[in-house]
Design a binder for this molecule. Structure first.
Ligand SMILES: [Zn+2]
Length: 124
C-alpha cells in the first residue's frame, strides 16, 4: 500500500530530523495533502494510526488539510483553480499552464509535549 510507505517515510523523517532525542514526545503531526498528490487522505490517516503510535507518542494525532489544485497560465500569468482537471486558462483560453499547488504532500508542523516541568527551588 502506497500510503503505508508514505507514512513510514514520514515517521522516519520526523525521527531523524525533528525529534531525534525523544520521538515519543511527538503528540501531533499536521500535513498538507494536495488534491492531486496521488494520496488518499483516509488511507493515509489509517496507516498513520497504525504505525505512528509505535514510534511517536502513543496518543499521537494526525491533522491534515487538503490543498486544492491550482495552476498558472504561461501566457497571461493568471492563477486559477483547476476543476475537473480542465487545464485551460479561464482568462485567455491557453492550455499551456503550470501546476502551482495541489500536487504536494507537505509536513507542516509537528507538536511536541512540553518537557519535564522545571523544578524551582524555594529560596526563602
Ligand atoms: Zn491565460
Amino acid at each position: 500500500m502506497h500510503e503505508r510507505s508514505l507514512v513510514a517515510g514520514l515517521l522516519d523523517q520526523i525521527v531523524r530530523e525533528i525529534a531525534p532525542r525523544d520521538p515519543r514526545r511527538v503528540q501531533a503531526v499536521t500535513l498538507e495533502i494536495g488534491e492531486f498528490a496521488g494520496v488518499e487522505p483516509l488511507l493515509l490517516a489509517s496507516a498513520f494510526e497504525e504505525l505512528a503510535p509505535t514510534v511517536l507518542s502513543p496518543e499521537v494525532r494526525l491533522d491534515w488539510r487538503t490543498v486544492p489544485l491550482r495552476a498558472c497560465c504561461e501566457s497571461c500569468v493568471q492563477e486559477f483553480s483547476v476543476s475537473q482537471f480542465r487545464f485551460v486558462c479561464p482568462a485567455c483560453g491557453a492550455s499551456r499552464v503550470r501546476v502551482v499547488a495541489g500536487e504536494e504532500l507537505l509536513l507542516v508542523s509537528v507538536e511536541l509535549t512540553a518537557t519535564e516541568p522545571r523544578i524551582t527551588k524555594a529560596i526563602a
